[in-house]
Design a protein around this ligand. Sequence first.
Ligand code: DX5
Ligand code: ZN
Length: 228
Amino acid sequence: MKNFLLSSSILSADFSRLGEDVKKVIDAGSDWIHFDVMDNHYVPNLTMGPMILKSLRDYNINVPIDVHLMAKPVDDLIPKFAKAGADFITFHPESSNHIDRTLKLIKDNGCKAGLAFNPSTSLNFLDYIIDKLDLILLMSVNPGFGNQSFLSSTFKKIREVRKWIKLNSLDILLEVDGGIKLENISEIASYGANVFVIGSGIFDHSDYYKIIKDIRRKLKLSSSKFLY
Ligand code: DX5
Ligand code: ZN
């Protein structure tokens, strides 16, 4: 059985009682918490800053927090999110003038580093820095909003990145973000993803325990048919 991780995107959580809702999803079995940072500049939406991350840590949220920066520029934000309690910090190559330097900044601040690719962003950005990454995030929707439909052009990209990771025996997590639901998660996994960001696909259900259990069962049942 392959090792799959579920990262619940709190963009779809109930913000009027965020700590409680996040605790509930973790108790229901979510491995990680996905924390979407939007600046109304890099993407047309505005969400959360490091203060909110810190308040989740203060509320005893202890699982890994996977910060997804959809902001430009990013370098100033990195030490702030690291200090607030991030484990992973992922940014988009278009948002940094010096990708290699930004990756180093993340590591120097004690976090694991990820690079995120929009549906239209070329994987060429990986050429000279792939060995410095802990995580590659493939966006399967255009960034900015929850509850959009999964773009099937992502499949080819997942397969390509998985091939590259395998060929070079790299220890890199392959995360997919956007439009993942119970109905399509097996197919997404079959191309080689192993971390699944799920927002509305979990938070829009009243019973988090049941939906997470159903998702894991689906992954387990189909994992023998995977293409990699
Ligand atoms: C979109 C965000 C996603 C979003 C996913 O820009 O990066 O993390 O929350 O939401 P769903 O799972 O509802 O598509
Ligand atoms: Zn995200």
